[in-house]
Design a protein around this ligand. Structure first.
Ligand code: NAP
Length: 351
């Protein structure tokens, strides 16, 4: 555990330098890890664990693309790939990476598969914190722990492969064995975290639900669409509107923010752009602040989780999501995006 100064606030983090992969392997030497669910987060964590030498099996319901993907990734039915409950029974660490709605549906049968001393692991505080909605109340004789990568499961894998890792938060909700914390940190390092920072189940789920509905996804998509529509309404061409809204951001400016912060990005733009951005940023902040207040209140009140469970518990949830994503994909803005991307020099020879 090392202390770092985050803008004047001192916080503790665990890096892979102090908590090495070797140490993680020793702590997990006698464990079998079952990754339940092979959706987005499941493959990233399962493959990283496997490549890091941790004994890992996958629990995934049969049929469908997800099951086939686990097979394609080298998990063998009957050897390292099992029905969800059987995988849980065989393991000592049960990583519940089913969709949050799937965790609710399977909990009644899953809880029967837990053995004393097991570690029940989540990557989201959803199921435990909103227990009134989910019914997920673990027995007292297991550890209940969390490692929540701050990125898509796809990047959990890609960042592991390029050596950069991904930041994760961690928390212990219940420590039955007295080993919950070391198990959590070992798993956090073994799934490919670059560093781990402490949180609680409640803080994790409240910040995560806010972030993905806000700046990371919902707000981002909304403000991009608003600006694109504005430019189109005033006669700008699709390619101009898209380049000024998305392409310049993703191909240039956001990379500078990632490299060295917002002032660095500003200072690498024209003084004309800097003047305008400095003047307009507070207006946008103040305009969206009430929307963020509403969002956070809905998260705390459980309205957002209720909505998720209602929508994603439907048997045809995937078809419905695919349909909504298809509408986005087929919109003029994102079809323009496809053409703009195809014109990037590295893609032009594929035309
Ligand atoms: N997505 C991310 O990158 C990310 C990032 C951080 C944390 N997390 C957390 O990680 C966990 C997993 O998220 P995810 O995005 O990877 O989930 P996801 O892609 O939505 O997971 C879908 C998985 O759950 C299974 N599933 C869904 N409903 C089921 C049911 N009723 N019975 C049995 N299996 C069912 C699916 O199987 P089928 O394909 O057969 O339906 C699939 O294996 C969640 O707690 C999430 O909040 C996710």
């Amino acid at each position: 555990m090392a202390e770092f100064n985050f803008g004047g606030v001192v916080e503790e983090v665990i890096t892979s330098e102090e908590f090495s992969l070797q140490k993680a392997r020793e702590i997990l030497a006698n464990e079998t890890v079952a990754v339940l669910g092979y959706g987005v987060q499941g493959p990233g964590q399962a493959l990283n664990l496997r490549d890091n030498g941790i004994p890992v099996i996958v629990g995934q319901r049969e049929g469908g693309k997800t099951y086939q993907r686990a097979i394609d990734d080298g998990f063998v039915p009957g050897e390292t790939l099992f029905p969800i409950e059987e995988a849980a029974r065989r393991a000592t660490v049960i990583q519940n990476l089913l969709s949050d709605a799937g965790q609710v549906a399977t909990w009644p049968s899953l809880k029967e598969c837990l053995n004393e001393g097991d570690a029940l692991y989540f990557s989201h505080g959803f199921g435990i914190v909103y227990k009134d909605q989910t019914g997920i109340i673990p027995p007292e004789n297991v550890d209940v722990i969390l490692v929540a990568p701050k990125g898509s499961g796809r990047n959990v894998r890609l960042n592991y492969l390029d050596g950069s890792g991904i930041n994760s938060s961690f928390a212990v909700f219940q420590d039955f064995t007295g080993r919950a914390r070391e198990r959590t940190l070992a798993l956090g390092i073994a799934v490919g975290s670059g560093y781990l920072f402490p949180t609680t189940f409640a803080n994790e789920v409240h910040s995560d639900l806010t972030g993905e509905r806000g700046v990371l996804m919902g707000c981002l998509a909304g403000v991009m669409e608003a600006q694109y529509n504005l430019l189109r309404k005033h006669g700008h061409s699709p390619s101009e509107a898209f380049n000024e809204t998305v392409e310049e951001l993703t191909q240039s400016l956001i990379r500078l923010v990632a490299e060295n912060g917002m002032d660095w990005m500003f200072s690498n733009c024209s003084t004309t752009a800097q003047r305008g951005a400095l003047d307009w940023s507070p207006k946008f902040r103040d305009a969206v602040s009430p929307v963020f207040d509403e969002l956070y209140q809905r998260v705390i009140a459980g309205d957002e989780t209720r909505r998720v469970l209602e929508a994603n518990s439907a048997p045809d949830y995937r078809e419905k999501l695919d349909k909504e994503l298809g509408v986005l994909n087929q919109s003029e803005m994102w079809q323009t995006g496809a053409t703009v991307r195809s014109l990037r020099p590295e893609n032009r020879n594929k035309l």
